[in-house]
Design a protein around this ligand. Structure first.
Ligand code: CAA
Length: 283
């Protein structure tokens, strides 16, 4: 089986980035949203990122046009009917994702692989909502998806070797380095990253250092591209909380308990860049 057409469920920060990446890599892409407003916003974000690359002289206008031309936006799941691979990047809600997988299973051709971009939910639960659990796996991209070099592949106990092989080839065609993890809480990256992130936030909460000094210490002392507080603002404080809570729920390990400050920030709507305020101000 050759992957030619890719479906992406969700055109938010992750889904939009994945759709852009696939189209830039030459795939025909169908990307869906729950309504016209969200779809318009998602497609406009992709256009803006590509336009910036043209302005910087890093992308030819003709290549931008060709990329945009390969992306079809839709609000109907029926448009996934001829996709060889569908990547679900909807909000992190297991019941919703199970519903999406059941629906995709009924619409997509029998050979199609169904993947989820979840960062912390149980993938076998999504696989069992379909009649093709051998063709279900996790394809976990990192934000911003067109830029980050890693694709974390997650196989459940039911994923076939053939599905892993095809997906790995697909990941490499996007220019990613792939790693393979089992369907265990947080896979590799979030299992290791979340305790570090929460520990950085605790240090700030305790007044051990300022937000700038914590970020600079990690950026310059460990050569990270962003400090943990800046990165939390980019990912979203609500996302940090959701992933941490989900991992704590599954692991019962106190290293995944969010600091009180995270709960307070979520309650205040200080969700990071997207709301104009998180650990830093963006207004
Ligand atoms: N979409 C597409 N491209 C983007 C982008 C976006 N949202 N943001 C930045 N870029 C591109 C820029 O256009 C630029 O491309 P060119 O080199 O072709 O010009 C390139 O990325 C670098 O951007 P900048 O020069 O503006 O800034 P930078 O050098 O500081 O890089 C960064 C920005 C790539 C985000 C970098 O700071 C970085 O790697 N930060 C860490 C990101 C990270 O750790 N992500 C993982 C988050 S965790 C996650 O996603 C998983 C989860 O489960 C929660």
């Amino acid at each position: 089986m050759e992957i030619k057409k890719v479906g992406v469920v969700g055109c938010g920060a992750m889904g939009g980035g994945i759709a852009q990446l696939c189209a830039q890599s030459g795939y025909q892409v169908v990307v869906s949203e729950i309504n016209d407003d969200f779809l318009k916003k998602g497609l406009a974000s992709i256009d803006k990122v590509l336009a910036r690359s043209v302005e910087k002289g890093k992308l030819a206008q003709a290549d931008k046009d060709a990329t945009v031309g390969r992306i079809k936006g839709t609000t109907s799941t029926r448009d996934f009917a001829d996709c060889d691979l569908v990547i679900e990047a909807a909000i992190e809600n297991l019941e919703l994702k199970k519903k999406i997988f059941a629906e995709l299973d009924g619409i997509c051709p029998p050979h199609a692989i169904l993947a989820t971009n979840t960062s912390c939910l149980s993938i076998i639960d999504m696989a069992m909502a379909t009649k093709r659990p051998d063709k279900v796996l996790g394809l976990h991209f990192f934000n911003p998806a067109p830029v980050m070099k890693l694709l974390e592949m997650v196989k459940t106990i039911a994923t076939s070797d053939e599905t892993v092989k095809l997906s790995q080839k697909f990941g490499e065609s996007l220019g990613k380095t792939t790693v393979i993890a089992q369907d265990a809480p947080g896979f590799i990256v979030n299992r290791l990253w979340i305790p570090f992130l929460l520990h950085s936030i605790r240090l700030y909460e305790e007044g051990v250092a300022s937000r700038e000094d914590i970020d600079n210490a990690i950026m310059l002392g460990l050569n990270y591209p962003m400090g943990p507080l800046t990165l939390s603002d980019m990912v979203g404080i609500d996302v940090v909380k959701f992933v941490s809570d989900a991992l704590y729920e599954q692991l019962k390990d106190p290293r995944y308990v969010v600091p009180t400050l995270v709960d307070k920030m979520v309650a205040a709507g200080w969700l990071g860049r997207k709301t104009g305020k998180g650990f830093y101000d963006y207004k």
